[in-house]
Ligand binder design. Structure first.
Ligand SMILES: *[C@@H]1O[C@H](CO)[C@@H](O)[C@H](O)[C@H]1NC(C)=O
Ligand SMILES: *[C@@H]1O[C@H](CO)[C@@H](O)[C@H](O)[C@H]1NC(C)=O
Ligand SMILES: *[C@@H]1O[C@H](CO)[C@@H](O)[C@H](O)[C@H]1NC(C)=O
Length: 357
C-alpha cells in the first residue's frame, strides 16, 4: 500500500470529521466553527492564534448571577464585568469632522456591551466644544483627533438599557477632567439618568456592606457613579468607597487593602491596548491576576474587573473570570454555577455542567 496515499486519506478524513462535528448552533465551547451561527447561544466563533489554530466557539456573555441565584445579598457580594475605556470603540465615526488618530479599547457599542453582560463602564470625560465629551487624551485636554463622542450619546444608551432592564444595575467609573461647573450633573440629567441615581449618602463610608441589590432595584437606585475627583463628591455626587488597583495599585488610588472601601476594582489592561494579544491577556493571565489581587486587597475578591476588548479570549476569558469571582464571593466555590444548591466552600461541586445563560 502506498503509505503516502493512506496518510493523505487519514488527514482528509480527520479534517472531514472535524468540519462536520457541529454546525447550526450546535457547537459547544471550544468546538471548531466557521461562523457565529455554528455556536450555541452565548458563544461566538473566534480565532486566537496565540492559543489555538483556526476558529473556535468562545464565550460572548456573562452569567447573570442575579438570575442564576438571587439578588438578595449586599451589592458588594457580587462581581461585575467592566470595560476599560468603554467609549473608545473601533469604527466609531468621527464627530468632529477631523479623522481620529488614537487607539481603541473595545469593538462593540455600549448597548452591545451591556446586552452581553457588561455592568460597569469606564469613561473619560472632558470639556470639549462647550459640552462634555468622551475622549482619549493627556494633560486633561481633549483634541479633535482624540475625541470619540459627546457623553450624552453614551449616557442615553445606558438610560435605554436601564429602562428596558428594570432589575439590572449599571456602574459608571469616570476619569473626570470636566471643569465646567455642574457639567457632569447637566449631562446625566439631560440623558434622563437622574431617576436611577444611587445617592452618595447611601454609599457606605467605612467598609460596611452596601444595600441589598434587591432593595436597590426596588428603590430604582440602579445607577452608581464613581468619579476620580474627590472634590466633586459634595457638589456633584459620585465616589464614596471604591478603590482601584492594578496589583500593585495605581499611585492615585487608596491602597488596595484599605478596608474602609467596600468595593474592589482590578484594572487588567496594558498601557496601550493591543488587540492581537488581548485574547491571551483576558484568559489564564487574568484569572491568575485575580488570585494575586485577592491577597493584595487584604483577602478580598474583586467586585469589578476592567479589561480591554472584553470578548476576546481563548475560551472563557473575562466571562469565566467573573464566574470565578462570583463563585468566590457568593459561596466560596471556584465557579458561580457551583453555588446553585446553596453550596459552601466546604461542599463545592466541581463537576458542574456549565450553561452560559
Ligand atoms: C440567595 O443566594 C445566596 C448565595 O447563594 C444564598 O446564600 C441565599 O440563601 C439565597 N437566598 C434565597 C432567598 O434564596
Ligand atoms: C449597536 O450595535 C448593534 C450591532 O452592531 C446595532 O444593531 C445597534 O443599532 C447599535 N446601537 C447603537 C445605539 O448604536
Ligand atoms: C440540586 O438540588 C436538586 C433538588 O434537591 C437536585 O435534584 C440536584 O441534583 C442538585 N444539584 C446539584 C448540582 O447538586
Amino acid at each position: 500500500m502506498d503509505l503516502r496515499a493512506s496518510l493523505v486519506l487519514i488527514t482528509s478524513s480527520l479534517f472531514f470529521s472535524v468540519a462536520k462535528a457541529c454546525s447550526n448552533g450546535d457547537c459547544k465551547l471550544l468546538d471548531p466553527c466557521s461562523s457565529n451561527g455554528d455556536c450555541q447561544a452565548g458563544l461566538y466563533c473566534f480565532s486566537c492564534p496565540l492559543e489555538f489554530s483556526g476558529s473556535r466557539c468562545v464565550r460572548l456573555t456573562t452569567t447573570n448571577q442575579f438570575k442564576l441565584l438571587n439578588n438578595t445579598l449586599p451589592f458588594n457580594k457580587y462581581a461585575f464585568l467592566t470595560t476599560h475605556n468603554a467609549y473608545a470603540i473601533e469604527g466609531e465615526p468621527s464627530h468632529t469632522g477631523v479623522p481620529r488618530v488614537t487607539f481603541t479599547n473595545q469593538e462593540d457599542n455600549i448597548t452591545r456591551q451591556l446586552n452581553n453582560g457588561v455592568r460597569s463602564l469606564m469613561l473619560d470625560t472632558y470639556d470639549f466644544q462647550g459640552d462634555v465629551w468622551l475622549c482619549h487624551s493627556s494633560g486633561g485636554k481633549c483634541y479633535d483627533i482624540t475625541a470619540f463622542e459627546p457623553a450624552i450619546d453614551t449616557l442615553k444608551e445606558i438610560e435605554a438599557f436601564l429602562s428596558a432592564n428594570p432589575t439590572e444595575i449599571v456602574t459608571v467609573i469616570l476619569e473626570d477632567y470636566v471643569q465646567a461647573p455642574n457639567g457632569l450633573t447637566k449631562v446625566f440629567t439631560d440623558a434622563g439618568l437622574m431617576k436611577y441615581w444611587f445617592p452618595l449618602k447611601n454609599m457606605p463610608k467605612n467598609g460596611q456592606d452596601w444595600p441589598l441589590v434587591s432593595d436597590m432595584v426596588a428603590d430604582n437606585q440602579r445607577l452608581l457613579v464613581f468619579t476620580s475627583i474627590r472634590s466633586k463628591e459634595e457638589s456633584e455626587d459620585g465616589d464614596g468607597g471604591m478603590h482601584a488597583g492594578n496589583c500593585p495599585n495605581r499611585a492615585e488610588s487608596s491602597p488596595l487593602n484599605d478596608r474602609t472601601k467596600s468595593l474592589v476594582l482590578v484594572n487588567y489592561f496594558p498601557t496601550f491596548p493591543f488587540k492581537q494579544i488581548a485574547c491571551e491577556h483576558n484568559s489564564a493571565n487574568l484569572i491568575n491576576m485575580l488570585h494575586t489581587c485577592f491577597g493584595a486587597a487584604g483577602n478580598r475578591w474583586a467586585n469589578f474587573v476592567a479589561v480591554d476588548f472584553y470578548k476576546r479570549s481563548d475560551g472563557g476569558g473575562a466571562f469565566q473570570a467573573l464566574d470565578t469571582l462570583n463563585g468566590k464571593l457568593l459561596c466560596g466555590c471556584d465557579d458561580v454555577h457551583a453555588c446553585v444548591n446553596g453550596s459552601t466552600s466546604l461542599s463545592c461541586n466541581n463537576d458542574i455542567n456549565v450553561d452560559h445563560s
